[in-house]
Ligand binder design. Structure first.
Ligand code: FDA
Length: 297
């Protein structure tokens, strides 16, 4: 399917291309044409072959260099299981340090939002991912971490990260998780999202130097966050919203035009089909895209 020209409409919408150059090219266009920043993500998750880990590491390092040369935020999203966590957590840690050191070196002296953004995977890796964030942060490397509003533990994790003055991307959570560890109903998850946004955009968080990143396509949560930010003295640019490339582009453009700082998660790489199908599955209105590509195949 990935090789078929018939699927190119899907690929172009949700994925920036197969190469790091194409990823950075799309990021440059988004900034120039729409004022949207990017976080580049080389596709491929839960990797259990050393060769693929090395390939992922090389792609992350390559894209960091290209972002720097293009004068963009050197902002790279990484799943711990992409860089060896399933094979050897120590190796994954060394790889994360290697990427973060390249980002730190490439960006010294340039004011922008540079980060190795750690994505959050299933609940079995949350402790290790936060531990990795803390180790990178202790080494004063440019790091941020994703927390998931559906997990019961997230409020406690967030409170500690606020005290540290960290950078946290809040998402609802995309993995299967039972009621023992997670809120399972959508309305409960939204309620918890609002509670966590209130903490992220509190006066205490601002005083601690915390940087909130609210990653959602949920307009009500955007409105809630903006209201909370205004109430607690945050200026646009002291926090950001993040959305996925190809999803609610209208909303991203509107928020950016209103002065909000918006970042898009921009995936690239050969392994794009699972990512695109997930995005289509999230919105039944997109099903025609998939049906058309399959009919053409
Ligand atoms: P929600 O599903 O509540 O929908 C809100 C609105 O957006 C609805 O109107 C809906 O129709 C629309 N919408 C949503 N998806 C759409 C689509 N594909 N096409 C068109 N409309 C759509 N998860 C995780 O567990 N770990 C992680 O590291 C990350 N990282 C991450 C980064 C970024 C930048 C984002 C935006 C999201 C993630 N996620 C994630 C995924 C996240 O957990 C969640 O599953 C999705 O963002 C969906 O939840 P929302 O709050 O965005 O929208």
């Amino acid at each position: 399917m990935q090789g078929s020209r018939a699927t190119s409409a899907i690929a172009t919408r949700y994925v920036a291309g197969e190469t790091a150059e194409q990823g950075v090219g799309r990021a440059s266009e988004l900034l120039r044409d729409k004022g949207l920043r990017s976080s580049l993500f080389y596709l491929g998750e839960y990797v259990d072959k050393p060769g693929l880990v090395e390939q992922n590491l090389a792609a992350k390092i390559e894209v960091a260099g290209l972002l720097e040369r293009a004068g963009l935020d050197v902002h790279v999203s990484v799943d711990p299981t992409q860089i060896g966590f399933m094979l050897d957590p120590g190796w994954a840690r060394r790889n994360a340090f290697a990427i973060a050191e390249v980002i730190a070196g490439a960006t010294a002296g340039r004011a922008a939002v540079h980060a190795l953004m750690l994505d959050m995977e299933d609940s079995s890796v949350v402790d290790a991912t936060i531990g990795l964030h803390d180790a990178l942060d202790d080494a004063r490397l440019p790091v941020a971490v994703t927390l998931q509003a559906y997990l019961h533990r997230t409020e406690a994790d967030l409170r500690l990260l606020i005290k540290r003055g960290s950078r946290v991307r809040l998402v609802k959570g995309a993995f299967a998780a039972g009621a023992d560890v997670a809120f399972v109903g959508l309305s409960e998850i939204k309620t918890n999202s609002r509670r966590l946004i209130d903490l992220m955009l509190s006066r205490e968080a601002r005083d601690a130097g915390f940087y909130p990143i609210v990653a959602t396509h949920d307009e009500r949560l955007h409105a809630h966050a903006i209201e909370r930010a205004q109430k607690c003295g945050w200026q646009p640019g002291e926090y950001e919203f993040e959305m996925l490339l190809g999803v609610r582009g209208d909303l991203a453009a509107r928020l950016a035009a209103g002065g909000q700082r918006i970042r898009l998660y921009v995936p690239f790489g050969r392994d794009w089909w699972p990512h695109a199908v997930r995005r289509i599955g999230e919105n039944p209105a997109n099903a025609w895209l998939l049906a058309r590509s399959l009919a053409d195949f």
